[in-house]
Design a protein around this ligand. Structure first.
Ligand code: 2M8
Length: 432
């Protein structure tokens, strides 16, 4: 990076490793001390991506620990609970009751929701960067069937709209929990007040949304986590462009990994093509991909960082890529933010520079957009996204998220994915 020395980079890398080591709990890395004391799904995929640059075994251990929570349906839960810390987070194991479900793993307590399926991409990342090829090949062989089961689950049980995309059934499944995209579908619910409550975290959910989060989770649990209930009755079902863009990229990663596991890559390529066609047909809104609320039958009017998710697809037509880049670089997103990429477009009435997923910039979405720029050969954009992200963590530390105007940190400190993805970005600085 301009103006920085290799010594600065090495010091930042050491700080990142010490955060990841401090957040290690057995085989898993928890997202942050205190607030998030269990293993989270996509957090662990970002950790695996970051550590795989120099520690293949740790990347594999991280993913295997998460996948120990995989249900027999193939669903990979959004939280795998740490033993003995049941009360440390709400909603904890006593709310999800995974132990009562015949498809849940035995001996591991989990939530009943999932999160963006970045796992195959993380395994491919690990394979691509591994120095010990035999160790990495063995890991790929071990992980491959679990990844296939995960993708089969999404295709079989989450295509609630019947158009070839996976629907999320709770805002937590998007990973972008409080995004304004979920406001309209959440406001349309009439939840029954719950006995359960979590004290709102600063900068977290809007009043009323938390009750809806809990109510939705309980409805799904009380259906027995039933796929038919999701299709026919569950009141929240949204096709999210980031979730599906990630799924598509993971299908392409599975196609790369299949030969290593002695399997046919063809079905994964076909799945990627089906998802691409469905994204273009169902979610394209003229300027970007917008989320489709299946229950209301409308596209969300709000443009957020999630709207660029399908750019992770190298096969996305060039005219759509050009349009997306022009929106991303405009004053709606990067153009007016000193520390991009804001999680919601700045001109939207819902934009809020401090509130969690409603405006702040995040290291993980910056990393995903940088990866999207790389796959389309947009070197300048990729460099800018990498440099902006490193500037954020240098200025404010490995925070959970950042004010997009002045770069000040928000949310938890010592946040694992901010540290892990810094390692990945620094590795590219060295390789350049
Ligand atoms: C946030 O989500 C959890 C619920 O899953 C929460 O608000 O308590 C999100 O930022 C999500 O993307 C992340 O995976 C999780 C743990 O870091 O925190």
């Amino acid at each position: 990076m301009e103006g920085r020395s290799a010594v600065d980079d090495a010091a930042l890398g050491r700080e990142a490793w010490s955060v990841l080591d401090a957040n290690r709990a057995g085989a898993a890395t928890v997202p942050a001390p205190g607030l998030y004391p269990h293993q989270w799904n996509w957090d662990s995929t970002f950790v695996a991506i970051g550590v795989s640059r120099c520690d293949t075994r740790r990347a594999g251990t991280e993913l295997l620990s998460l996948l120990a929570g995989q249900w027999r349906t193939g669903m990979v839960p959004h939280i795998v609970f740490q033993q003995g810390r049941a009360d440390a987070y709400f909603p904890g194991p006593s709310v999800w009751c995974s132990q009562n479900h015949p498809d849940a793993p035995t001996g591991v307590l989990t939530s009943g929701l999932t999160q963006p399926p970045l796992h195959a991409l993380a395994v491919w990342w690990m394979w691509r960067h591994a120095k010990d090829r035999e160790e990495a090949r063995a890991l790929v062989r071990e992980l491959y069937p679990m990844l296939v089961a995960q993708h089969d689950y999404l295709a079989a049980s989450r295509d609630l709209g019947g158009g070839g995309l996976a629907a999320i059934v709770h805002p937590w499944e998007s990973g972008m929990d409080d995004s304004p995209v979920w406001d309209a579908p959440l406001d349309a619910l009439t939840p029954v007040p719950q006995a359960y409550r979590r004290e709102p975290f600063p900068d977290h959910p809007l009043n009323g949304h938390h009750d809806r989060y809990v109510w939705l989770a309980l409805r799904y649990r009380d259906s027995g986590y039933d796929a038919a209930y999701l299709r026919e009755e569950h009141p929240f079902a949204v096709e999210d462009p980031m979730f599906n863009g990630i799924w598509l990229a993971s299908c392409q990663a599975l196609a790369e990994l299949a030969p290593l596991a002695g399997a046919d890559p063809g079905p994964h390529r076909e799945a990627a093509e089906r998802i691409r066609a469905a994204l273009l047909e169902r979610l394209w809104a003229g300027d970007a991909f917008h989320a489709l609320d299946l229950r209301a039958g409308r596209l969300s009017p709000v443009c957020t960082v999630g709207c660029f998710g399908p750019m992770l697809d190298p096969g996305l037509p060039a005219d759509r890529v050009a349009k997306l880049v022009s929106v991303l670089e405009s004053a709606r997103f990067m153009g007016a933010a000193g520390y991009p990429v804001p999680s919601c477009e700045i001109r939207a009435s819902q934009f809020d520079r401090s509130r969690y997923w409603r405006g702040p910039s995040w290291v993980n979405t910056n990393w995903l957009l940088r990866q999207a720029a790389v796959v389309h050969g947009l070197t300048g954009l990729a460099r800018l996204l990498g440099a902006c992200t490193l500037r954020l963590v240098r200025q404010s530390g490995f925070r959970e998220c950042f004010d997009p105007f002045d770069g000040s940190g928000r949310g938890s400190r010592d946040f694992s994915w901010s540290a892990a993805l810094t390692l990945d970005l620094l590795a590219d600085n060295v390789e350049k």
